[in-house]
Design a protein around this ligand. Structure first.
Ligand code: HEM
Length: 418
């Protein structure tokens, strides 16, 4: 593996020599080579509520400490989610809008979220567990030995899709469609298709799910998201674009995040052999190791709010109408709130003290499901593979919103029969 210390040293030097008002932590290149950390470190120390007047995403505030993120998140009257939850603003005149409940304020947000809440109730999760274990086992048993392969595609993507499909009652053999639609909604596909083509594909997604919806309403109610949306008072009459928006929210919410936690978890264990050995010796530590992997990875780097009134935070006055970005990725390295935040520790005393799921009324809807999925997946991985070798540097997505991996080449020397 390459020695990247020169790149990291250069990033640190740049982070501390740039005039502070010129720092733009949304620069996507720094997420690609993973050199963003010293920039956040400096902001947390010297200017925790930071204004960037000029960036490719326009002017924005950065909220970088754990406590300030909680303050913004739990004050949804002032910090609105209406229409926008990422740093990027589409053109004002763009009429291709997909309303979704993550980008709504109460009361509509609360009503729509409540409609599907039974899917993440304890009994529902317990019901999904055996299927997840069976599918994870099958995928892991089919992996090649002593032959490099892409862990992202063969394990993280495949496992996540196989866990996601039953949540929608989605046809198993068509599950790769879910991945394609996720990519359409979250990544720049301009090298592969025009914007019109991408939008036509998204409408294809809407009609595909509308078909499932039409089937479900003729069947008895079942424990899947489409059946719940089709029957819920707050959702049964949604316009098509709002239906599409909510479907994409649930696909992306349940897909990219868990997937990148699986890849990020493997990288973290590989980079910390002492912690990996501790976990292998005592897999019961997954209770704390799973939330620690989620903190370490922080698959959603930020969420954005728009101020509806002037608000003083950290001595700075945020004005009504300003764009406010909460950097979970920074909150999760805040040493004033998380002990030894820069260390990956599988048996942390308070592993759920992290920002990766957000807080307040929008706190991740699927967090218990995600933790359960990851726990089962890691139980099955640890049982089978005493070693998983990473044979090339990971390839990261160019995004300051999702901390996502495109490729991670690995080789597995041996499988233990289970
Ligand atoms: C490790 C895995 C996951 C991470 C790190 C994650 C992270 C997040 C974050 C940061 C938010 C926004 C929180 C806020 O604004 O306060 C969120 C919201 C959401 N997540 Fe997750 N998520 C994960 C897994 C899932 C899964 C498996 C689902 C399942 C469907 C899901 C569905 C959602 C939904 C629907 C929302 C919107 C909630 C609302 O607006 O009320 N997430 N997630």
């Amino acid at each position: 593996m390459a020695d990247d210390s020169a790149i990291f040293d250069a990033a640190r030097a740049e982070a501390y020599s740039t005039p502070i008002d010129k720092i733009d932590v949304a620069l996507e290149e720094r997420f690609v080579d993973d050199t963003i950390w010293p920039f956040f470190e400096r902001l947390r120390r010297e200017d925790p509520v930071h204004y960037c007047a000029d960036s490719p995403f326009g002017a924005y505030w950065s909220v970088t400490t754990f406590d300030d993120i909680v303050t913004v998140e739990t004050n949804h009257q002032v910090f609105s989610s209406d229409k926008r939850i990422g740093i990027f603003d589409p053109p004002e005149d763009d009429d291709f809008q997909m309303p979704m409940f993550i980008a709504m304020d109460p009361p509509k947000h609360d009503q729509q979220r409540k409609t599907i809440s039974p899917i993440v109730a304890h009994e529902s999760l317990v019901g999904f567990a055996p299927l997840i274990r069976e599918r994870a086992g099958k995928i892991l048993d089919e992996l090649p030995l002593n032959e490099p392969f892409d862990w992202v595609d063969r394990v993280s993507v495949e496992l996540t899709l196989q866990m996601l499909a039953p949540l929608f009652g989605f046809p198993f053999e068509e599950r790769r469609k879910l991945m394609f639609w996720t990519d359409l909604a979250t990544t720049d596909m301009s090298d592969q298709m025009t914007q019109e083509e991408a939008r036509a594909e998204l409408m294809g997604c809407a009609f595909y799910f509308k078909n499932l919806w039409d089937q479900r309403v003729t069947e008895p109610p079942s424990n899947d998201l489409i059946s719940m949306l089709a029957r819920g008072e707050a959702t049964k009459d949604m316009p098509l674009m709002e239906f599409l928006g909510n479907i994409l929210l649930l696909i992306v919410g349940g897909n990219d995040t868990t997937r990148n936690s699986i890849t990020g978890g493997l990288l973290a264990l590989n980079d910390h052999p002492d912690q990996a050995a501790k976990l292998r010796a005592n897999p019961a530590l997954l209770d704390s190791a799973v939330p620690e992997m989620i903190r370490w990875q922080t698959p959603v780097a930020h969420m954005r709010r728009t101020a509806t009134a002037d608000f003083v935070l950290g001595g700075k006055t945020i004005k009504a109408g300003d764009k406010v970005v909460m950097w979970y990725v920074s909150g999760n390295r805040d040493e004033t709130a998380i002990e030894r935040a820069y260390e990956f520790i599988v048996d942390r005393a308070r592993p759920r003290q992290h920002t990766a799921f957000g807080f307040g009324i929008h706190r991740c809807f699927g967090m218990r499901l995600a933790e359960m999925q990851l726990r089962i997946v890691w139980e099955e991985i640890l049982k089978r593979f005493p070693r998983i070798d990473i044979v090339a540097e990971p390839v990261r997505l160019k995004s300051c919103f999702l901390r996502s991996y495109r490729e991670l080449m690995v080789s597995i020397p041996e499988r233990v029969a289970v």
